[in-house]
Every structure is written in structure tokens, then in C-alpha cells.
Design a binder for this molecule. Structure first.
Ligand code: ZN
Ligand code: ZN
Length: 444
């Protein structure tokens, strides 16, 4: 970038432009050079300092005055160990002493078992879904930094990006986005940014295996989140980032809980809350409770499959579908081999459940990896430029791969060009012409 003096027009900043680029790509390249940008201020609901920015809700907010479930005395110090899931849930039933717990057990037993199974199902899917997101992370963004809980990212817009001639897999290693030392919470917030519907759509088979058998109803609820511990702000796309769709479950006991698998995008640690706790401290419901969105509805949404960059989205959906299919197969193999229903697995004594859960998750991850390796080997789910307008296409089938793979630049060709974009482009054009795909280059 340099400044030139244009006399009466004053100094104008110009950009150095590669003369071989066409007008389209010049415009695209200018568009990527946004001026400095101030993120809009964070909107915080008026609330106590303790709530604001809490990764884990403080006990006084999650549990109020800790009333004994039996005698009602406040400041109880013991809680039922059966339904206490410290890592992922803000759910505890308090007692002032063992006597009260014993007396109350016949009343609490049903609810305790139902809550425990739900919390375990959430724990299983939380591990599975984190693995899916990490393994299929499609990064089109650059991480800018984090300040006062606001994480700034921006869209990657390198055109032409020499990698666009290589047919590289579109999956990125999420940790490669961040400088060394970036906290796990920040990485997770970026990983899960804008993914609340993905777990419902792509993860539906997993929800059906593990959550459905332990509850009376699975629904979703539209909320505006508040009191974020972290927030992701995309500088190129002014989404407000606070509209969110967690899952609402009703247990057979009629108790209502919110499952928020992707709450890490707001810096939150818990995945499971009582409805009251969630809607008081984490989010405000803004729409009616509705059935879980179906895949057909999702696919029909404008802007999902049909929007630009169309092919990226399509390839990403294809990859996820394969990944989940592999993972679901792994889960089913585990359950069939053990002769367990999911409900029976979730009802095991703690030590047995922990072991079973560990085995299940590793088998499921094996299924996921196998599916992705299969795609990788076949060359499916690659995106690349196919014309001089730097439009992106994706390989969705083996036939696509056959058609395109001979024009992709090889590692050797990339290395021998030593970063010279024009040399790479010449090589690519030659390959396009040699493969009979020269017509696509019209207008260069
Ligand atoms: Zn008591
Ligand atoms: Zn309990």
C-alpha cells in the first residue's frame, strides 16, 4: 500500500495491484482491505457483577439459598451425589444432613435417576460433538485477538490464494489459527461460534441415540444470550452473535432442562441447566418453544446451501454428514457389541458407566476418523478455483474428483514456484488447457 499525491484531490492511498489480475479479483482484493474497524460496544443486561462474565455460574446464582429439599432450611451444605454432575451441569439437590436426605429419598429417587441419565447423556454427546467440530472445522477466518472478553475474528479474503489451485482439503486444524498460549476457552469460543443449530441438525442422530430415550420431549428454544464470559465478533460480518438456539428437554418427571452444547462460544463451562437457572442468568427466551429443526427445513433455509460461497458450504455439509455417519456407526457398534440400549448404558453404576463411556467415545471417534480418512483418500470434499474469476467449486462425488484432480497443482509444483503467484497461475492454466478445460478460462 502506498500514498500518491493527486494535486487538488490531495493524497490518495493506492494499492499495488498485480497487473495479471482481472478486474473482478482487483475489486475483491480491494474489498479485503477494510479500514480500521471499531467493534460495536458490548450490550450487557443490567445484572450483578457476579453474573457478568462468569464461565461457571456462582453457586448463589445457580442454587439460590440452597434450601434443604426435605425440611426447607436454607444454607444446606450437602447435595445428592447421584444427580450431581459438577463438570457439565448446574444441577444439585441440597440437604441439611444425611437424615433429611434419607427421608427424602423415596420422593427424590425418580427425579435423581432421570437427572443422572440426562446429565450422562449430555456428557457423552458433549465429548462426541466437540470431536466432530474439531475434526470438521472449516476455517475461513483469521483470529485477530481478544480483549475484555471480546474475541475479534475476520473473514479470510486472499484472492487469488495459491492454495485455491491445489484442491486441498478444506478442513483446518483449529489450533493452527491461534498464536501459542491462546487459552482453551478462547479457542473453544471460536470453534463453537455460530454452531448452535449444527448440533441439532448434523448431530440429530446422536441426540436420537442418547437424549431421546431419557426424556419425554426434545425441543428447541430461541433465546438472546446475556452475561457472556466471552464473545466472538466478526469484523466483516456484523452479526450480533447473541441469538442462540439451545435444546429444551422435558424429563419423564416433567422437569425441564436446557442443554447448551455450544455455550462455549459465550465462554460458558456448563452444558446443562435447569430451565429457571438458564433463563434467569444465561439467556432470555425470545420465541416460542418449537420442535427441533429438521434437516429438510435446514436445507431449505435461504443462505445455507444456496448462498455464496456455495461450494464451500456444500463441501462442509458433505464432510459433516460423512463424519457423523462414521461416528454414529461407531456408537451403534459399541451398543450392539455390549448388548446395551443407550438407556441401560446411562443407568450403569458410576465406575461401569465411566469405563463404558470411555470405550464408546473412543470407538465413535474411530468411526469419525475412518470416515474422514476415506473422504481424504478419495479426494472428496476438496474446494478449488475452477476459473479465472476465482470462483470456488467442490468435489462432491468420485466423478468430480476424476474430472478435476489432474489440474490441481502438486506439492512439487507449489514448492518449485517458491511462492511466485504468477508462476503458479501459469502452471495451472497450462494444466487446464492440457486437460481440455480451457473453455473455463475464457475472459482471462
Ligand atoms: Zn433438612
Ligand atoms: Zn439426586
Amino acid at each position: 500500500m502506498e500514498s500518491k499525491d493527486f494535486g487538488m484531490f490531495g493524497k490518495v492511498t493506492t494499492f499495488s495491484i498485480d497487473p495479471s489480475m482481472d478486474l473482478d479479483s482487483v475489486i475483491k482484493s480491494l474489498a479485503s482491505l477494510d479500514p480500521a474497524f471499531d467493534p460495536p460496544p458490548v450490550v450487557q443486561s443490567p445484572t450483578s457483577a457476579a453474573t457478568r462474565g462468569s464461565p461457571t455460574l456462582p453457586a448463589e446464582l445457580a442454587f439460590g439459598t440452597k434450601d434443604c429439599a426435605n425440611c426447607g432450611q436454607s444454607n444446606a451444605t450437602l447435595s445428592c451425589g447421584g444427580c450431581f454432575m459438577a463438570e457439565i451441569a448446574q444441577i444439585r439437590v441440597w440437604y441439611c444432613g444425611k437424615g433429611c436426605q434419607r427421608q427424602h429419598w423415596s420422593k427424590h429417587k425418580k427425579s435423581c435417576r432421570a437427572r443422572q441419565k440426562l446429565a450422562r447423556a449430555v456428557e457423552v454427546i458433549n465429548q462426541l460433538w466437540t470431536a466432530v467440530e474439531m475434526a470438521t472445522f472449516l476455517s475461513q477466518i483469521e483470529f485477530q485477538g481478544e480483549k475484555n472478553g471480546i474475541i475479534t475474528i475476520r473473514q479470510k479474503k486472499v484472492r487469488p490464494d495459491p492454495l485455491g489451485w491445489t484442491g486441498l482439503p478444506i478442513i483446518r486444524n483449529v489450533s493452527s489459527l491461534f498464536p501459542a498460549g491462546t487459552s482453551d476457552d478462547i479457542q473453544r469460543a471460536v470453534l463453537f461460534d455460530h454452531t448452535c443449530n449444527e448440533v441439532i441438525i448434523f448431530g440429530r442422530q446422536l441426540l436420537d441415540i442418547f437424549i431421546k430415550p431419557v426424556c419425554k420431549e426434545m425441543q428447541q428454544v430461541s433465546v438472546m444470550t446475556k452475561n457472556h464470559a466471552l464473545r466472538v465478533q466478526c469484523l466483516d460480518d456484523q452479526h450480533n452473535g447473541i441469538g442462540h438456539n439451545p435444546i429444551l428437554v422435558t424429563l419423564p418427571t416433567t422437569e425441564k432442562f436446557v442443554i447448551d452444547f455450544t455455550g462455549a462460544q459465550y465462554g460458558w463451562k456448563e452444558r446443562l441447566y435447569t430451565w429457571d437457572t438458564y433463563t434467569t442468568h444465561r439467556a432470555t427466551p425470545v420465541g416460542p418453544v418449537t420442535p427441533l429443526i429438521t434437516r429438510a427445513t435446514y436445507d431449505a433455509l435461504p443462505g445455507i446451501v444456496n448462498c455464496a460461497p456455495n461450494s464451500l458450504q456444500k463441501a462442509s455439509i458433505l464432510i459433516r454428514d460423512f463424519a457423523i455417519k462414521g461416528m454414529t456407526a461407531g456408537c451403534n457398534v459399541f451398543l450392539q457389541t455390549c448388548g446395551f440400549s443407550a438407556d441401560a448404558l446411562l443407568s450403569l453404576p458410576k465406575a461401569d458407566f465411566d469405563k463404558g463411556c470411555g470405550d464408546l467415545v473412543s470407538l465413535a471417534k474411530g468411526g469419525l476418523d475412518g470416515a474422514l480418512q476415506d473422504l481424504q483418500r478419495r479426494g472428496i470434499g476438496r474446494v478449488f478455483y475452477y476459473d479465472m474469476g476465482f470462483n470456488i467449486a467442490a468435489t462432491m462425488t468420485d466423478a468430480d474428483v476424476q474430472k478435476w484432480k489432474e489440474v490441481w497443482l502438486t506439492e512439487e509444483e507449489m514448492a518449485s514456484a517458491k511462492g511466485n503467484v504468477n508462476a503458479l497461475k501459469d502452471t495451472w492454466i497450462t494444466k487446464m488447457l492440457d486437460s481440455g478445460l480451457g473453455a473455463l478460462l475464457a475472459g482471462r
